[in-house]
Design a binder for this molecule. Structure first.
Ligand SMILES: [Cu+2]
Length: 90
């Protein structure tokens, strides 16, 4: 079940979401991320899903397989990555 298609807006939170990059598509400006729960986007459990990003520079900092921390917003019904950075390895 994809729980990503709800219409409710969450309140912005500053905390980043932990995830792992599955695939980066520079041309389509899309990134597939396996992520944990994102309560603000009504995702109560982790899943793998495609996000779009308007800024392809964001995608240059990461590659498939990377553990990342990211933030996403629902904009015009699309889930958009607004920030992404490599996660610090313990
Ligand atoms: Cu999701």
């Amino acid at each position: 079940m994809m729980l990503c298609l709800g219409s409710q807006f969450g309140f912005a939170q500053s905390s980043l979401i932990a995830g792992q990059v599955v695939k980066v598509d520079q041309v389509a400006k899309k990134i597939t991320i396996k992520h944990g729960p994102i309560p603000k986007l009504d995702m109560e459990r982790g899943m793998t899903m495609v996000f779009s990003t308007p800024d392809s520079n964001l995608l240059k900092a990461v590659k498939s397989g990377d553990k990342v921390k990211f933030d996403a917003e629902r904009i015009n019904g699309q889930l958009v990555v607004t920030k992404i950075e490599p996660a610090k390895q313990p």
